[in-house]
Design a protein around this ligand. Sequence first.
Ligand code: PTT
Ligand code: SF4
Length: 600
Amino acid sequence: MKGYGKLLRVNLSSGKVSKEGISDTMKGDFLGGRGFAIKLLWDEVRHVDPLSEKNKILFATGPLTGQLLPSSGKMVIASKSPLTGGYGDGNIGTMASLHLRKAGYDVMVVEGKSQNPSYLLIENESVQILDGSDLWGKNTFEAQDLLEKKYGKNSGILLIGPAGENGIRFSVVMSQKGRAGGRPGLGAVMGSKNLKAVVVKGTGSIPAADEAKLKELGRKGYDEIKRKESYEFWMRQGTMQAFDWCNENGCLPTYNFREGAFEFSKEMDGFVLEKLHTDRKGCPMCNMQCGHVIKDSSDQRAELDYENVGMLGPNIGLRSLPEVALLNRMADEWGLDTISLGSCIGFLMECSEKGLIPEKIGWGDVESVQKLIVDVGKGEGLGKLVSHGVRAAAETLGNESHRWAMHVKGLEISAYNCHACPGMALSFGTSPIGASHKDAWIIAWEISTDRLSYDKEKVQKLIEFQRIRGGFFESATVCRFPWVEVNLGLDAYPEYLEAITGSRMSWEDLYKIGDRIYHLIRAYWKRENPQFGRGWDYPPDRWFEEPQTSGKVKGVKVDREKYDRMLSWYYELRGWDRNGIPLKETLEDHGLEEVIREIG
Ligand code: PTT
Ligand code: SF4
């Protein structure tokens, strides 16, 4: 199959570097990105401590990545997660994905552990492990500046902050002072390998079967995006257009997901952002860039996204956008995931309110939160309590605190309150990395149809979303926003693939690849956690037991029995048993016979 490069393998313990071909079976069965990542983890990373030398971290692009196509500057970073103990990945937009492909590589596998702080420098064929002691301890902005000075502003740089160095289990990998990826603690995996950064400079061209056709399709795609009706509003507000909508519909995370509407929402919504906006940033290859920069409360530049504002704003009772931006900037500098951070802070505020911890930390108390973020980054004081996420913190504190530890499978829930959105609750419950919205953002469809229904059609729709978003976009490895946010037609994507690989794939073929990826990820969770099963697919008790007390959906909560029935349908439609484990015939049907033996 055309349009692919090589696999680069770097062992930090031995210093050995090798370049391997990628088989046509691998390409045809798993496409790229997340698909390659789970196949490699399944084959090579078993029963290891995620923060040990034996874990591996993968940087995986897909066939569409870096091509002259809409929003193609993405990359999947994956590993066995130190936060959840299962499969973990994140999707980051970065110059590094372009450079990696231009250097001739689709995937990089980093294994072992460097003896001292180090960073990787990849310049086409040349791969060096260099001394990183000058970078160690620097925040991500400082380290980015140092590396840019040395290797040029346009080089591809992925790096971690002090939180990753300190093993904080929800630390991320950062790039370009505003792109973040790897929510399930992939920054800590890099830190555990003494790997501060990866710098990539590639000068080749990215292969394609039919370059002229690809050029034509790319031009058409970019033009179409600009002509879409929703483009103008998107360019004004980006992901923050979701803020008012969530508030009106009672799903804005507020006071640690206790409520779904915030009384001060008008002080910090997308229209306020428009007034404060000073600049725009984003990923390479994109003509709908969504990073909105404002001046934070300390007069410095900070980039905002809906998730960040939801979790570091209403969820912790904070109502000033410049103050939220300050916290967001701190998270970026330390290399902490904003979603998990906001959830941990909300959790601690609630524990403080209920007298479970002696420290006083009130809703919206921005000064205490700033100090807390430093403690979290260092893993000290109260920060230590939450350094393994809210699941572990609740286990330490006991006393019913698990009821307001807002996570699924150990990954903190992103910014959608689901008291009155059972389909979205199931999406969080069944997401393959823990409670992420990335695989199935069914909430908009759900609210626009019959939001309180628990029918089978909803479950079918959820799986359809997972196939497109979690299956296709994560393995072709391009941004899904052209489709989700401005409605670029899905038919364009098989055409892009054909121009690149020379093979025609229908959406049915792509669904099958997506399903294969899902089955293998599910098997991975089971193999790495023998106790894994149905009980891991439920959101926290709060959504089942404590109705919202305000807003449009006041009094509503999720019905546990009906959720349970939806979950059974979900398993049935996926071909999994009643405990959520893929059935033998399902695995066989997807060419995964070898898996059966290991999860037997
Ligand atoms: C993603 C998660 C998100 S999802 C957000 S905002 W979002 C948070 N951003 C963070 C941040 O910023 N700083 C920080 N320190 N932590 C952060 N954690 C949070 O991480 C991101 C965009 C966004 S913005 C979204 S929805 C879409 N996600 C895509 C996806 O998952 N797949 C895909 N094919 N396309 C996507 N396009 C959009 O990309 P994770 P990015 Mg991100 C400052 O990483 O682990 O997947 O978690 O990558 O380059 O920043 O783009 O309202
Ligand atoms: Fe990146 Fe936003 Fe463009 Fe997607 S739409 S590629 S997240 S800048």
